[in-house]
Ligand binder design. Structure first.
Ligand SMILES: Cc1ncc(C[n+]2csc(CCOP(=O)(O)OP(=O)(O)O)c2C)c(N)n1
Ligand SMILES: [Mg+2]
Length: 551
């Protein structure tokens, strides 16, 4: 049975469990998606088309995979704008499928921008479909790479969506994706190191979430009686009310990172980055590195032993070996939990004060306290923006379930929180989904605020409105590092709640600290009626938060 490539792609996506596709037009395959009944969420620019699918993959740990389409071909504006979203997805290791028009056969070498080399630089695999008959092979390879190994974006460039092929010649079956388990000898070595260590620390990364291994992480931490820190991207991989949870950042994290003589990293690349800790005095620590592949092993720090494979299999093997070697009793219980509690309590004092503050303008921590007061941590999704909302929420916001909070940012591209919140609402319609942003993130979002209205997605944007890029300018914290480029038109000059209210959002402008929680509740009531909400909290500039060790 002869069909065209676009139709073939639409049918295969359905077989692969893809219920909808994110897009910004034009892309040749969109008509086939429409005809085959694959719903499309049309964003208002190409970067957000990628970001929505990227966020959907992150939130669902790649099951299902987020898929997007954007303009390609000769002189494609779409690809050039989408590139920003792809670079972010690549740096953060998000398994998103990007489909675009390929430069038609016979039209190459006529333009300046080199599509192939640019997209290869931000993807795990770039497949150019040179023959319609190869479609099933390409789709199988794409889904194999999306579901196996280190996660990352895959691009399919389709030069001719109308090209015909025989759908039955090489029938398509969905791709499972495959995992591997670490070498048992390495597991045994790791447990020997662990049993010799005085002060082991578990450093959990997002690989734990992709491997769905939170339960195994808890079991190992308890058996090893070891404190746990998580990366920004893994926030929520370990329940933050657990007595062994130290934090993502803050003085208590510094304390345990400095003190540790062994770091067991699982599902983290340990890459030195802008939004992660470095390991202090690493050469004098034993580093056990569990990772899905070898790319990050011996990067930055000498690895004592590596467990290469899926994080869940690694954790299961460590639990079994540690239990066997200690006749089920684990490492001797000391006063680790008590030490964590006292370090956390001490580190949190200044933030708890800010969270209870009655100052005007409102202290931003009072907004975070309001979120924690009104939201059920098991039935909500919160995400941050680049800037203080990232730094502050990752210091104080308690997360109890994976993806109750989405931390993002090896690369922290302003505006991503809106895409994340829309993706979360699509993923969990029953949850309240909230993006907490500053003015810079909001500026990026503006054109895309129409999308939740059109899609009837009751999400909330909570704006910490402080009239500037507050981490950058001068203030009581010092001279500021970008004193010439930090102020924008202030909330005394523009009332954003009126601007966004005109779009059709439920909006409020909140100036009283006591109104923070009630205003959030009213936003949630609007969300219950499928109306998006925007709440502008008139806040002070208060760039105080936990730091990253070694930065
Ligand atoms: C795409 C992009 N460009 C530049 C930056 C650098 N950047 C990080 S935060 C920020 C300003 C944040 O200010 P605001 O949104 O007002 O938040 P506040 O810090 O005041 O809470 C900028 C310019 C970035 N993260 N992403
Ligand atoms: Mg600001």
């Amino acid at each position: 049975m002869s069909i065209d490539v676009g139709t073939g792609i639409a049918r295969i996506l359905k077989q692969e469990g893809v219920d909808w596709v994110s897009t910004f037009p034009v892309c040749q395959i969109n008509n086939a998606l429409g005809k085959e009944g694959v719903p499309m969420v049309m964003m208002r620019d190409d970067r957000y088309a990628v970001a929505l699918a990227d966020a959907f993959s992150r939130i669902n740990a790649g099951s299902p995979i987020g898929v997007c389409t954007f303009q390609g071909g000769v002189n494609a504006a779409g690809i050039q704008v989408a590139f920003a979203g792809m670079a972010q997805a690549f740096e953060d290791g998000s398994p998103v499928l990007c489909i675009t028009d390929g430069v038609p056969i016979g039209a190459s070498e006529n333009s300046q921008f080199d599509v192939t080399s640019s997209l290869k630089s931000v993807s795990k695999w770039y497949g150019y479909l040179d023959k319609p008959e190869r479609l099933h092979e390409f789709m199988r390879r794409a889904f194999t790479m999306l579901r196996t190994g280190r996660p990352g974006p895959v691009v399919l460039a389709i030069p001719d969506a109308k090209g015909q092929y025989d759908e039955t010649a090489d029938p398509y079956f969905p791709v499972k994706g495959w995992k591997s388990a670490p070498d048992p000898d390495d597991v045994s070595t790791a447990v020997e190191f662990l049993l010799k260590a005085q002060d082991p620390l578990i450093y959990a990364g997002e690989g734990v979430i992709y491997a769905n291994a939170s339960a195994e992480l808890i079991t190992l931490a308890e058996l090893a009686n070891a404190p746990v820190i998580t990366t920004l991207k893994a926030k929520g991989a370990f329940p933050e009310n657990h007595p062994l949870f130290v934090g993502v950042r803050g003085d208590q994290v510094n304390h345990f990172l400095n003190k540790s003589d062994l770091v067991l990293a699982v599902g983290s690349s340990l890459s030195p980055g802008r939004f992660s800790h470095s390991i202090p005095n690493a050469v004098n620590k034993t580093i056990i590195h569990c990772n899905v592949d070898e790319l990050h092993i011996n990067k930055a720090y000498p690895t004592a032993t590596a467990l290469i494979g899926d994080a869940r299999f690694a954790l299961q093997a460590l639990v079994k070996e540690l239990s066997d070697k200690t006749s089920g009793s684990g490492r001797p219980a000391g006063d680790v939990a008590a030490e964590i509690k006292s370090a956390r309590d001490e580190a949190m004092v200044k933030y708890l004060e800010a969270m209870a503050s009655n100052e005007k303008p409102i202290n931003p921590y009072r907004v975070y306290a309001g979120l924690m007061e009104v939201l059920d941590p098991l039935r909500s999704f919160v995400t941050h923006e680049s800037g203080n909302t990232r730094d502050q929420l990752s210091t104080v916001y308690d997360t109890l379930i994976p993806r109750g909070f989405l931390g993002w940012g090896n690369v922290s591209s302003l505006g991503f929180s809106l895409a994340a919140t829309v993706a979360a609402k699509i993923s969990f319609p029953e949850r309240y989904c909230i993006a907490v942003t500053g003015e810079a993130g909001l500026g990026y979002m503006m054109g895309n605020l129409e999308v939740p209205l059109r899609q009837k997605l009751g999400i909330t944007v909570a704006h910490v409105s402080n009239g500037g890029f507050s981490g950058y300018g001068p203030g009581f914290w010092g001279d500021g590092h970008d004193p010439f480029t930090h102020s924008v038109t202030g909330n005394d000059e523009i009332d954003m709640s009126k601007v966004i209210g005109e779009l059709g959002y439920h909006t409020e402008r909140v100036t009283e600290p006591s109104e923070v929680a009630p205003a959030l509740k009213r936003a949630m009531a609007a969300n219950d009626a499928d109306q998006p909400a925007y709440i502008e909290f008139i806040c002070s500039q208060y760039p105080i938060y936990g730091g990253w060790v070694g930065r």
